[in-house]
Design a protein around this ligand. Structure first.
Ligand code: GDP
Length: 328
Protein backbone atom coordinates (compact mmCIF):
# COMPACT_ATOMS: atom_id res chain seq x y z
CA UNK A 1 0.00 0.00 0.00
CA UNK A 2 1.45 3.39 -1.00
CA UNK A 3 1.86 5.96 1.78
CA UNK A 4 1.44 9.72 1.53
CA UNK A 5 2.08 12.63 3.90
CA UNK A 6 0.07 15.82 3.32
CA UNK A 7 0.93 19.14 4.97
CA UNK A 8 -1.98 21.59 4.95
CA UNK A 9 -4.50 18.78 5.51
CA UNK A 10 -6.97 21.24 7.09
CA UNK A 11 -7.27 23.29 3.90
CA UNK A 12 -9.50 22.89 0.88
CA UNK A 13 -6.83 21.10 -1.18
CA UNK A 14 -5.66 18.91 1.69
CA UNK A 15 -9.17 17.50 2.13
CA UNK A 16 -9.75 16.87 -1.60
CA UNK A 17 -6.32 15.31 -2.02
CA UNK A 18 -6.79 13.08 1.03
CA UNK A 19 -10.12 11.84 -0.40
CA UNK A 20 -8.48 11.18 -3.78
CA UNK A 21 -5.56 9.24 -2.28
CA UNK A 22 -7.75 7.23 0.12
CA UNK A 23 -9.91 6.30 -2.88
CA UNK A 24 -6.79 4.99 -4.62
CA UNK A 25 -5.96 2.81 -1.60
CA UNK A 26 -3.18 4.97 -0.10
CA UNK A 27 -2.43 5.11 3.59
CA UNK A 28 -2.67 8.85 4.23
CA UNK A 29 -1.03 10.91 6.98
CA UNK A 30 -1.84 14.56 7.57
CA UNK A 31 0.24 17.12 9.41
CA UNK A 32 -1.76 19.25 11.79
CA UNK A 33 -0.45 22.33 13.55
CA UNK A 34 -0.94 23.86 16.95
CA UNK A 35 -2.80 23.07 20.11
CA UNK A 36 -6.58 22.70 19.78
CA UNK A 37 -6.54 23.41 16.04
CA UNK A 38 -10.10 24.64 15.28
CA UNK A 39 -10.18 22.64 12.04
CA UNK A 40 -9.36 19.31 13.68
CA UNK A 41 -13.01 18.24 13.91
CA UNK A 42 -13.65 19.10 10.28
CA UNK A 43 -10.72 16.93 9.17
CA UNK A 44 -11.74 14.02 11.42
CA UNK A 45 -15.31 14.20 10.09
CA UNK A 46 -14.40 14.56 6.41
CA UNK A 47 -11.53 12.09 6.14
CA UNK A 48 -11.70 9.83 9.23
CA UNK A 49 -9.22 7.36 7.73
CA UNK A 50 -6.38 9.88 7.68
CA UNK A 51 -3.82 9.52 10.50
CA UNK A 52 -3.06 12.95 11.94
CA UNK A 53 0.43 13.87 13.11
CA UNK A 54 1.38 17.00 14.99
CA UNK A 55 3.87 19.29 13.33
CA UNK A 56 4.63 22.75 12.07
CA UNK A 57 6.38 23.85 8.88
CA UNK A 58 8.58 26.21 10.90
CA UNK A 59 9.81 23.36 13.12
CA UNK A 60 12.18 21.06 11.23
CA UNK A 61 12.43 18.45 13.99
CA UNK A 62 8.63 18.05 14.04
CA UNK A 63 8.71 17.46 10.26
CA UNK A 64 11.45 14.86 10.60
CA UNK A 65 9.43 13.10 13.27
CA UNK A 66 6.38 13.10 11.01
CA UNK A 67 8.46 11.64 8.15
CA UNK A 68 9.74 8.87 10.41
CA UNK A 69 6.22 7.91 11.53
CA UNK A 70 4.52 8.24 8.13
CA UNK A 71 7.38 6.71 6.09
CA UNK A 72 5.78 8.25 3.00
CA UNK A 73 6.42 7.37 -0.63
CA UNK A 74 4.90 10.73 -1.56
CA UNK A 75 4.96 14.07 0.28
CA UNK A 76 2.50 16.80 -0.73
CA UNK A 77 3.50 20.17 0.72
CA UNK A 78 0.25 22.13 0.67
CA UNK A 79 0.70 23.91 4.01
CA UNK A 80 1.07 27.69 3.80
CA UNK A 81 -0.25 31.01 4.96
CA UNK A 82 -2.18 31.46 1.76
CA UNK A 83 -4.27 34.63 1.88
CA UNK A 84 -2.56 37.30 -0.23
CA UNK A 85 -4.12 40.35 1.48
CA UNK A 86 -3.00 39.10 4.92
CA UNK A 87 0.57 38.62 3.71
CA UNK A 88 1.34 42.37 3.73
CA UNK A 89 0.33 42.60 7.36
CA UNK A 90 2.33 39.52 8.32
CA UNK A 91 5.16 39.50 5.81
CA UNK A 92 7.77 37.90 8.09
CA UNK A 93 5.46 35.13 9.26
CA UNK A 94 4.34 34.49 5.67
CA UNK A 95 8.00 34.24 4.60
CA UNK A 96 8.77 31.81 7.43
CA UNK A 97 5.83 29.50 6.75
CA UNK A 98 5.08 29.83 3.04
CA UNK A 99 8.74 30.28 1.99
CA UNK A 100 11.17 28.81 4.50
CA UNK A 101 8.65 26.12 5.44
CA UNK A 102 9.24 24.57 2.00
CA UNK A 103 12.97 24.37 2.70
CA UNK A 104 12.27 22.76 6.08
CA UNK A 105 10.06 20.15 4.43
CA UNK A 106 12.63 19.47 1.70
CA UNK A 107 15.34 19.09 4.35
CA UNK A 108 13.12 16.71 6.33
CA UNK A 109 12.67 14.62 3.17
CA UNK A 110 16.40 14.62 2.45
CA UNK A 111 17.44 13.76 6.02
CA UNK A 112 14.79 11.05 6.32
CA UNK A 113 15.66 9.45 2.96
CA UNK A 114 19.39 9.37 3.71
CA UNK A 115 21.34 7.51 0.99
CA UNK A 116 18.25 6.59 -1.00
CA UNK A 117 16.50 9.79 -2.05
CA UNK A 118 14.57 7.83 -4.71
CA UNK A 119 12.28 6.42 -2.02
CA UNK A 120 10.38 9.73 -1.61
CA UNK A 121 8.64 11.92 -4.20
CA UNK A 122 7.85 15.53 -3.36
CA UNK A 123 5.11 17.90 -4.52
CA UNK A 124 5.29 21.64 -3.87
CA UNK A 125 2.13 23.73 -4.08
CA UNK A 126 3.35 26.69 -6.09
CA UNK A 127 1.01 29.44 -7.19
CA UNK A 128 0.02 31.63 -10.11
CA UNK A 129 0.54 34.57 -7.71
CA UNK A 130 4.24 34.09 -8.57
CA UNK A 131 3.47 35.62 -12.00
CA UNK A 132 2.15 38.80 -10.33
CA UNK A 133 2.77 41.62 -12.78
CA UNK A 134 2.48 39.24 -15.69
CA UNK A 135 5.32 39.29 -18.21
CA UNK A 136 3.53 37.12 -20.79
CA UNK A 137 -0.09 36.22 -21.63
CA UNK A 138 -1.05 33.43 -21.10
CA UNK A 139 1.39 32.40 -18.37
CA UNK A 140 3.32 29.18 -18.81
CA UNK A 141 6.09 27.30 -16.98
CA UNK A 142 8.82 29.45 -18.60
CA UNK A 143 7.19 32.86 -17.96
CA UNK A 144 9.37 35.23 -15.92
CA UNK A 145 8.15 35.44 -12.31
CA UNK A 146 7.31 38.90 -10.94
CA UNK A 147 5.52 38.45 -7.62
CA UNK A 148 3.45 41.37 -6.27
CA UNK A 149 2.91 40.44 -2.62
CA UNK A 150 4.90 38.97 0.28
CA UNK A 151 2.90 35.79 -0.33
CA UNK A 152 3.98 35.70 -3.98
CA UNK A 153 7.62 36.32 -3.04
CA UNK A 154 7.53 33.50 -0.47
CA UNK A 155 6.03 31.13 -3.06
CA UNK A 156 8.80 32.01 -5.51
CA UNK A 157 11.37 31.00 -2.87
CA UNK A 158 9.62 27.66 -2.38
CA UNK A 159 9.35 27.09 -6.13
CA UNK A 160 13.04 27.64 -6.79
CA UNK A 161 14.08 25.68 -3.70
CA UNK A 162 12.06 22.72 -5.00
CA UNK A 163 13.80 22.97 -8.38
CA UNK A 164 17.11 23.30 -6.57
CA UNK A 165 16.62 20.05 -4.62
CA UNK A 166 15.72 18.31 -7.87
CA UNK A 167 18.86 19.62 -9.57
CA UNK A 168 21.24 19.36 -6.59
CA UNK A 169 20.23 16.01 -5.12
CA UNK A 170 18.22 14.34 -7.88
CA UNK A 171 15.08 14.38 -5.71
CA UNK A 172 11.86 13.53 -7.56
CA UNK A 173 10.44 16.98 -6.80
CA UNK A 174 7.65 18.68 -8.73
CA UNK A 175 6.27 22.18 -8.50
CA UNK A 176 2.64 22.63 -9.50
CA UNK A 177 1.97 26.22 -10.50
CA UNK A 178 -1.72 26.16 -9.70
CA UNK A 179 -3.96 29.00 -10.76
CA UNK A 180 -6.82 29.98 -8.41
CA UNK A 181 -8.88 26.94 -7.54
CA UNK A 182 -12.08 27.10 -5.58
CA UNK A 183 -14.85 24.92 -4.16
CA UNK A 184 -17.55 24.92 -1.49
CA UNK A 185 -14.65 24.22 0.92
CA UNK A 186 -12.82 27.46 0.07
CA UNK A 187 -12.17 29.78 3.02
CA UNK A 188 -14.57 32.76 3.20
CA UNK A 189 -11.65 35.23 3.02
CA UNK A 190 -11.19 34.42 -0.69
CA UNK A 191 -13.29 36.31 -3.18
CA UNK A 192 -15.28 33.42 -4.69
CA UNK A 193 -16.49 32.10 -1.35
CA UNK A 194 -17.04 35.58 0.04
CA UNK A 195 -19.35 36.22 -2.92
CA UNK A 196 -21.13 32.83 -2.86
CA UNK A 197 -21.83 33.15 0.88
CA UNK A 198 -23.05 36.73 0.57
CA UNK A 199 -25.27 35.97 -2.44
CA UNK A 200 -26.87 33.07 -0.55
CA UNK A 201 -27.44 35.27 2.52
CA UNK A 202 -28.91 38.07 0.38
CA UNK A 203 -31.27 35.62 -1.32
CA UNK A 204 -32.40 34.34 2.10
CA UNK A 205 -32.93 37.89 3.41
CA UNK A 206 -30.10 37.57 5.97
CA UNK A 207 -27.96 40.36 4.53
CA UNK A 208 -28.69 43.29 2.22
CA UNK A 209 -25.36 44.47 0.84
CA UNK A 210 -21.99 43.13 -0.21
CA UNK A 211 -18.84 45.22 0.24
CA UNK A 212 -16.05 44.42 -2.20
CA UNK A 213 -12.61 45.63 -3.34
CA UNK A 214 -11.34 45.78 -6.92
CA UNK A 215 -13.92 44.45 -9.41
CA UNK A 216 -11.67 44.65 -12.47
CA UNK A 217 -9.03 42.06 -11.54
CA UNK A 218 -9.18 38.90 -13.64
CA UNK A 219 -8.48 35.37 -12.54
CA UNK A 220 -8.29 31.92 -14.11
CA UNK A 221 -10.56 30.01 -11.71
CA UNK A 222 -10.86 26.21 -11.66
CA UNK A 223 -12.33 23.58 -9.36
CA UNK A 224 -10.05 22.40 -6.52
CA UNK A 225 -11.29 18.81 -6.87
CA UNK A 226 -9.90 18.73 -10.42
CA UNK A 227 -6.61 20.34 -9.40
CA UNK A 228 -5.59 17.80 -6.74
CA UNK A 229 -5.72 15.11 -9.44
CA UNK A 230 -3.03 17.05 -11.34
CA UNK A 231 -0.84 17.00 -8.19
CA UNK A 232 -1.09 13.23 -7.98
CA UNK A 233 -0.38 12.80 -11.69
CA UNK A 234 2.86 14.83 -11.34
CA UNK A 235 4.21 12.36 -8.80
CA UNK A 236 3.44 9.37 -11.04
CA UNK A 237 5.77 10.63 -13.80
CA UNK A 238 9.23 9.11 -14.29
CA UNK A 239 10.85 12.49 -13.43
CA UNK A 240 9.91 15.49 -11.32
CA UNK A 241 9.07 18.65 -13.27
CA UNK A 242 7.11 21.93 -13.14
CA UNK A 243 3.58 22.28 -14.49
CA UNK A 244 1.06 25.07 -14.89
CA UNK A 245 -2.40 23.88 -13.82
CA UNK A 246 -5.14 26.20 -15.09
CA UNK A 247 -8.29 26.28 -17.19
CA UNK A 248 -6.95 28.68 -19.84
CA UNK A 249 -9.97 30.99 -19.32
CA UNK A 250 -10.08 34.24 -17.40
CA UNK A 251 -12.97 36.16 -15.81
CA UNK A 252 -13.21 39.43 -13.88
CA UNK A 253 -14.58 39.83 -10.36
CA UNK A 254 -17.49 41.63 -12.05
CA UNK A 255 -18.27 38.50 -14.09
CA UNK A 256 -18.03 36.40 -10.93
CA UNK A 257 -20.70 38.67 -9.42
CA UNK A 258 -22.85 38.34 -12.57
CA UNK A 259 -22.84 34.53 -12.45
CA UNK A 260 -23.26 34.26 -8.67
CA UNK A 261 -26.21 36.68 -8.48
CA UNK A 262 -27.86 35.22 -11.55
CA UNK A 263 -27.76 31.76 -9.87
CA UNK A 264 -30.34 33.15 -7.39
CA UNK A 265 -32.32 35.09 -10.01
CA UNK A 266 -30.79 38.55 -9.41
CA UNK A 267 -29.70 40.06 -12.74
CA UNK A 268 -28.81 43.59 -11.58
CA UNK A 269 -26.54 43.75 -8.52
CA UNK A 270 -25.51 47.40 -8.92
CA UNK A 271 -27.64 48.53 -5.97
CA UNK A 272 -26.41 45.72 -3.72
CA UNK A 273 -22.63 45.71 -4.22
CA UNK A 274 -20.57 48.54 -2.68
CA UNK A 275 -16.85 49.10 -2.96
CA UNK A 276 -14.52 49.97 -0.10
CA UNK A 277 -10.78 50.77 -0.15
CA UNK A 278 -10.41 48.49 2.88
CA UNK A 279 -10.57 45.54 0.44
CA UNK A 280 -8.06 47.02 -2.04
CA UNK A 281 -4.46 45.79 -1.95
CA UNK A 282 -1.18 47.75 -1.86
CA UNK A 283 -0.29 46.09 -5.18
CA UNK A 284 -2.72 44.17 -7.37
CA UNK A 285 -2.30 41.21 -9.68
CA UNK A 286 -4.49 42.47 -12.53
CA UNK A 287 -4.71 39.51 -14.86
CA UNK A 288 -4.02 35.81 -14.56
CA UNK A 289 -4.62 33.31 -17.33
CA UNK A 290 -2.69 30.07 -17.51
CA UNK A 291 -1.63 27.89 -20.41
CA UNK A 292 -2.20 24.29 -19.24
CA UNK A 293 -0.81 22.71 -22.47
CA UNK A 294 2.06 20.89 -20.75
CA UNK A 295 -0.20 19.43 -18.04
CA UNK A 296 -2.59 18.29 -20.75
CA UNK A 297 0.09 16.75 -22.95
CA UNK A 298 2.37 15.18 -20.33
CA UNK A 299 -0.03 14.43 -17.47
CA UNK A 300 -3.15 13.81 -19.58
CA UNK A 301 -4.93 16.28 -17.27
CA UNK A 302 -7.91 18.42 -18.24
CA UNK A 303 -10.24 20.37 -15.95
CA UNK A 304 -13.76 18.94 -15.73
CA UNK A 305 -15.67 21.81 -14.07
CA UNK A 306 -16.10 25.14 -15.89
CA UNK A 307 -16.42 28.64 -14.40
CA UNK A 308 -20.23 28.94 -14.47
CA UNK A 309 -20.69 25.44 -13.07
CA UNK A 310 -18.15 26.11 -10.31
CA UNK A 311 -19.72 29.38 -9.16
CA UNK A 312 -23.24 27.91 -9.31
CA UNK A 313 -22.10 24.89 -7.28
CA UNK A 314 -20.67 27.20 -4.61
CA UNK A 315 -23.80 29.37 -4.41
CA UNK A 316 -26.07 26.32 -4.17
CA UNK A 317 -23.94 24.84 -1.41
CA UNK A 318 -24.04 28.12 0.52
CA UNK A 319 -27.81 28.37 0.15
CA UNK A 320 -28.15 25.02 1.93
CA UNK A 321 -25.52 25.90 4.53
CA UNK A 322 -26.86 29.40 5.30
CA UNK A 323 -30.44 28.16 5.45
CA UNK A 324 -29.42 25.54 8.01
CA UNK A 325 -27.41 28.06 10.04
CA UNK A 326 -30.35 30.47 10.10
CA UNK A 327 -32.73 27.65 11.05
CA UNK A 328 -34.90 28.44 8.01
P1 GDP B 1 -5.81 35.67 -4.82
O1 GDP B 1 -5.80 35.70 -6.32
O2 GDP B 1 -5.03 34.55 -4.23
O3 GDP B 1 -5.45 36.98 -4.21
O4 GDP B 1 -7.35 35.32 -4.43
P2 GDP B 1 -8.54 36.17 -3.79
O5 GDP B 1 -9.76 35.34 -3.97
O6 GDP B 1 -8.23 36.60 -2.39
O7 GDP B 1 -8.62 37.50 -4.69
C1 GDP B 1 -8.86 37.44 -6.06
C2 GDP B 1 -9.03 38.83 -6.59
O8 GDP B 1 -10.26 39.37 -6.11
C3 GDP B 1 -7.96 39.85 -6.21
O9 GDP B 1 -7.60 40.57 -7.36
C4 GDP B 1 -8.65 40.77 -5.22
O10 GDP B 1 -8.15 42.11 -5.20
C5 GDP B 1 -10.07 40.75 -5.77
N1 GDP B 1 -11.09 41.18 -4.81
C6 GDP B 1 -11.99 42.17 -4.98
N2 GDP B 1 -12.77 42.31 -3.90
C7 GDP B 1 -12.34 41.38 -2.99
C8 GDP B 1 -12.76 41.05 -1.68
O11 GDP B 1 -13.66 41.63 -1.11
N3 GDP B 1 -12.07 40.01 -1.07
C9 GDP B 1 -11.07 39.32 -1.69
N4 GDP B 1 -10.45 38.30 -1.08
N5 GDP B 1 -10.66 39.65 -2.94
C10 GDP B 1 -11.28 40.65 -3.58
Amino acid sequence: MARALITGITGQDGLYLAELLLGKGYEVFGLIRGQNNPKLDLVRRTVPDVTLLTGDLTDLSSLLRAMEVAKPDEVYNLGAISFVAYSWENAMLTSDVTGKGVLNMLEAVRLYAGDDLSKVRFYQASSSEMFGKVQEVPQRESTLLWPRSPYGVAKVFGHYMTINYRESYGLHASSGILFNHESPRRGPEFVTRKVSQAVARIKLGLQDELVMGNLDAKRDWGFAGDYVDAMWRMLQQPEGDDYVVATGETHSIGELLDVAFSAVGIEDWSGIVKQDPRFMRPAEVDLLIGDPAKAREVLGWTPQVGFRELVTMMVENDLVEQRALAGK
